[in-house]
Design a protein around this ligand. Structure first.
Ligand code: DGL
Length: 267
């Protein structure tokens, strides 16, 4: 079906981390309806195989397309890294993803080189380096997996000494490289921005893919004439496959507001 301006934007992630993208969208595009899907029963994806992630991603894509979304946003870096082609092959509506958005922002900002941090699957896929080099082959890219950041963020240890020490350890080899830009290549990392900026120092600029993909969405809606013509309070729906312990608290932290209207999908 052709995309309708009054339809919602579909956003999906392996869990609740993608709510950082929803939050950026709410701020940038306050009149757009959003349907979010978080696969909270099967998270984390960042340590799973490519085949498993592709099959889960196809299932989620089908679900959101059945909700007549006008645009799909892959908020999960891990899914964008290994399953973007799966989504594009299935989708009759445009598809945006955090890796493409982050790579473009990094290339526009850097003068020296780019550091990329993400989950092991994202980093092993080399997807960020490929996207950056497709835009400018001369940019030096150094990538580092930071698997402990996801649980630390979910624990709420955003300013904790353990997180600071972990960040110093992970980022030590990154800072040895000649970089001036650091891509936060995981849904959870925007919550660590103040701590990471402190560890990185003022000479390194952080790229928040949530903000950059929201910016890309606004530009695409402009170009396609797909902004929601209705100017009343938007509708937000959140579909999840499980409602684990402390979900509301953790989700609210990502979203920056209370997480209500949760709907559980049983697969
Ligand atoms: N959403 C994932 C990402 O952005 C992090 C959580 C997970 O491993 O599933 O890479």
């Amino acid at each position: 079906m052709a995309a309708q301006a009054s339809s919602p934007i579909g956003v999906f992630d392996s869990g609740i981390g993608g709510l950082t993208v929803v939050r950026a969208l709410m701020e940038r595009l306050p009149f757009e309806d959003i349907v979010y899907f978080g696969d909270t029963a099967r998270v984390p994806y960042g340590v799973k195989s490519r085949e498993t992630i592709q099959s889960f991603t196809a299932q989620i894509t089908e679900f959101l397309l059945a909700h007549d979304v006008k645009l799909l946003i892959i908020a999960c870096n891990t899914m964008a890294a290994v399953a973007v082609e799966t989504v594009r092959a299935m989708s009759p509506v445009p598809v945006l993803d955090v890796i493409d958005a982050g790579a473009k922002a990094a290339v526009a900002l850097t003068h020296k080189g780019v550091g990329v941090i993400g989950t092991p699957t994202t980093i092993n896929s080399n997807a960020y380096a490929r996207s950056i080099h497709a835009l400018n082959p001369a940019v030096h890219v150094y990538s580092q997996a930071c698997p402990l950041f996801v649980p630390l963020v979910e624990e709420g240890w955003l300013e904790h000494e353990v997180t600071r020490l972990t960040a110093r350890e992970y980022l030590k080899p990154v800072f040895v490289e000649q970089i001036d830009t650091l891509v936060l290549g995981c849904t959870h990392y925007p919550l660590l921005k103040p701590l990471l900026q402190e560890v990185a120092g003022p000479g390194i600029r952080l790229v928040d893919s949530a903000i950059t993909v929201a910016e890309q969405t606004a530009t695409l809606l402009d170009r396609l004439g797909l902004h929601n013509p209705q100017r009343h309070a938007p509708e937000y729906r959140y579909f999840v496959t499980d409602v684990p312990l402390r979900f509301q608290t953790i989700g609210g932290r990502f979203l920056g507001r209370e997480l209500t209207h949760l709907e559980q999908v049983r697969w």
